[in-house]
Design a protein around this ligand. Sequence first.
Ligand SMILES: C[S@@+](CC[C@H](N)C(=O)[O-])C[C@H]1O[C@@H](n2cnc3c(N)ncnc32)[C@H](O)[C@@H]1O
Length: 492
Amino acid sequence: MLNSVENLNMQDLNQYINGSSLFLKEYFEKTIPFVDLIVTSPPYWDMKDYGEVKEQTGFGQEYAAYLKDIKKIFEGVYHIAKDSASMFVIVDTMKRDGRMIRLPDDISRELETVGWVHQDTIIWDKGKTLPWSRKGQMRNVFEYVLMFTKGKSTSYKYYIDRIKTTDKLKEWWIDYPERYGPQGKVPDNIWEFYIPTQGSWGSKKDFGEEEFRHACPFPPEMMARLILLATDENDVVFDPFAGTGVLLATAEKMNRRFLGFDTNPDYKKVFESVTKELVDEKWNEIESYYNYQNRLKKILEESIYKLRVLKYPKAVIKSMRNAIKKNPGWVANNFSLIIAIENKLEKNEVSLKNKTIGKVDYYFVWNDKETIVQAKNQILELISKAPFTKYGLIVNVNVLLVEEMSLLLDQIPNVLNVYTQGNTTNSVSVVDIKNFFELVKSKSLISEFDKDIPPLLSNVKIKYEDYEMLPAEKYEKKGYSKEIKQLSMLLK
Ligand SMILES: C[S@@+](CC[C@H](N)C(=O)[O-])C[C@H]1O[C@@H](n2cnc3c(N)ncnc32)[C@H](O)[C@@H]1O
């Protein structure tokens, strides 16, 4: 057991130290802040006896004395945490003498007096729990994950893109690509992670099984999510109440440095002989989850981009039609064709602030010489506002007459993908633009295929197969074979 006046330094990293966190400030008296992330779960007051260890916090203490010690411990944690650090404290309420003890509130209050700032509360849904409840209390399945940062600092690490997911993506993302982030969805604040004591740990370990269960180990999947969110490789991850050390073992797997304290020497043994191996066993599963998510996110990113490029002109035409209701002088519905040519973004055009993701030349082919200037002005007015400003596209709008289409032959690719009947989510065919322009001129296309929205030609190709791995039901149900057949007949 570590002596309370012993001084520690950075060489003591990647260690599980058998000692009380009450003396963190003293141990690290001469050390500059070095911790990047803290994830921890303190004893829930006197709920559990963590072994025959006199120094343990909580067990056998009055509530006020317990809170005082908690405050002192987190003062020490504050002392060694970098300004860019964040901290996640996992804790739950408890019932005592027929009333609820709001431990999360009380702990948060103590921590704020030390300088920690409460940023967020996440509900950790543990899925399963003891199969009982009692009067005045439902079966409890969740705990609180309280997120804190140091002072008012906004420099804390928060790599949200890394933990965005394609889970629970509704089919709407296909029809409203401008509303969905290309990196996936930010996880909501209810997290489902099973506690690793109930059958999710594979083979039963003889040594330490009892202690392992007793210490309420963290799920390594949840630790991996927090480590990804708040640290870089080589950063220091710390747990002042390490228990079985799941956080530490997960940090090590992720090439982070770690440090843990616990008063119970048996848990250090469990960490060495059980936890490390169990996290190792679990690691493949965790890694494949993130690899799979990253693959899906890549597909999502590419698809959202393509869907936005293709939807944009259709949305312009629809907006023009709606605007007529408010502006009787407006013109609309005189389009014969739309062409969308995607260009490469120059480096200086990429703007993270405006979320610029692409650059497109749009050609709107208009039927009426008299109103072409007005049509262009209307389009420009519409696209200067939301939702068009939310597409993240640098747009160049051209409006030209049917008889001017031949001028484009030298300017744009000769073969383009075609989208018909207002469906910009699946290309029905590839066409030679010269032939296609002839069909447009003869007006045979408009009457055949596109009653409301004219055909769209583009160098951007998207087909259902490109993104059907992602969750959505809608596109699976639609059949477009008829359309393709009609089109190929016309183009013969
Ligand atoms: C809720 S458990 C933590 C479980 C841990 N999160 C895990 O994954 O196994 C609380 C731990 O705090 C330890 N503890 C109690 N008082 C302490 C103190 N003053 N300093 C360090 N550890 C202490 C207990 O021994 C126990 O292992």
